[in-house]
Design a binder for this molecule. Structure first.
Ligand SMILES: Nc1ncnc2c1ncn2[C@@H]1O[C@H](COP(=O)(O)OP(=O)(O)OP(=O)(O)O)[C@@H](O)[C@H]1O
Length: 303
């Protein structure tokens, strides 16, 4: 009985699921304290028996720790036993009590960099993500560009003068900054540190140039998502409909966007934001974040 239980225990972890007690060599009849188990396709395990008080322990030479050393405690019938009695017997047999601590530590907060050509819907995706997802902080970028109608200072951007912006650069307060279409844009470090300390994931919305800089700074410690429209035609139409650019600015943005699409390969993921399919694009971004949280080797970002 004892032998059978021990072999079952070993067969789950140490030996083989097809370990057969009938293959034990002279186990019962061998008078010595050292005995050998033979299991097909697995290394031979040598057992040493010791009598300790009323319990008989078996230890193997295959580095079996104390916590996994089986003790001959009868395990009550699972269908009849009281739950706590059953658990106590299992704990005693395994040599330690069951912990309620998480088996795997909480995942680290992520930095998610969202980028893509102009007019593909980055802001639209982020705006919706903000509505549907908790524990996520959308870094408010500092910019020297003038406010557009409907934008709110401190929510859409921190609108600062060129002088104020350059002073932030001087004081090393920005993770990354760039001159974009004649205006400065930059990511305040303090905001990232503050929200990561609270356990929030961080979303950074940057242009392609900014994403390339962040890749150099953060390497693979951050997640890079490239948002793109389903076609150039769709992208241009969205920009025209938005009516925030003059015709000349539109031309520059479209020409730049053509080049920027080629940078998708430098990102970890691509999300197609197709016409009328904003919700699907947002769901895909959420799935990416969830998958990243389930990584066996988590990304570990330091700012
Ligand atoms: N899936 C979609 N279907 C239809 N329209 C969309 C979709 N996604 C975004 N839009 C619209 O397209 C326009 C451009 O979107 P948005 O401003 O979010 O782009 P962007 O990538 O942030 O642009 P930029 O980089 O120039 O700021 C907006 O008017 C937005 O409402």
């Amino acid at each position: 009985m004892l032998v059978r239980r021990f072999c079952t225990s070993l067969s789950r972890s140490e030996i083989s699921p097809i370990c057969n007690t009938s293959k034990l060599i002279n186990f019962h009849s061998t008078p010595q304290k050292i005995r050998t188990i033979y299991c097909p396709n697995k290394p031979t395990v040598t057992l040493q028996s010791q009598n300790i008080g009323t319990h008989r322990f078996y230890s193997s030479n295959s580095q079996m720790g104390d916590a996994r050393r089986p003790i001959s405690v009868p395990i009550p019938d699972i269908n009849k036993a009281d739950r706590s009695e059953l658990l106590r017997a299992l704990e005693t047999s395994l040599g330690s009590s069951f912990s309620s601590e998480p088996l795997i530590p909480q995942p680290n907060p992520l930095i998610i960099v969202i980028s893509g050509p102009s007019g593909v819907g980055k802001d639209a995706v982020i705006k919706r993500l903000r509505e549907v997802r908790e524990n996520i902080h959308f870094v408010v970028t500092a910019t020297s560009r003038p406010m557009r109608p409907g934008e709110i200072d401190g929510k859409d951007y921190y609108f600062v003068s060129k002088e104020e912006f350059l002073s932030m650069v001087e004081k090393n307060e920005l993770l990354e900054h760039a001159l974009v279409y004649g205006d400065y844009k930059g990511i305040p470090k303090q905001q990232i540190r503050e929200f990561m300390a609270k356990g929030c994931d961080i979303v950074l919305r940057v242009d392609i140039q900014g994403a390339a800089t962040l890749r150099r700074i953060l390497g693979n410690s951050a997640v890079f998502i490239f948002v793109v429209a389903e076609s150039e035609y769709a992208m241009v139409n969205r920009l025209v409909d938005r009516k925030t650019e003059t015709s000349e600015m539109l031309l520059v943005r479209i020409a730049t966007a053509r080049e920027e699409v080629k940078h998708a390969k430098n990102f970890d993921y691509v999300v197609v934001n197709a016409q009328g399919q904003l919700e699907s694009a947002v769901k895909l971004v959420e799935s990416i974040i969830d998958s990243e949280k389930a990584r066996v080797s988590p990304r570990n970002v330091k700012i």
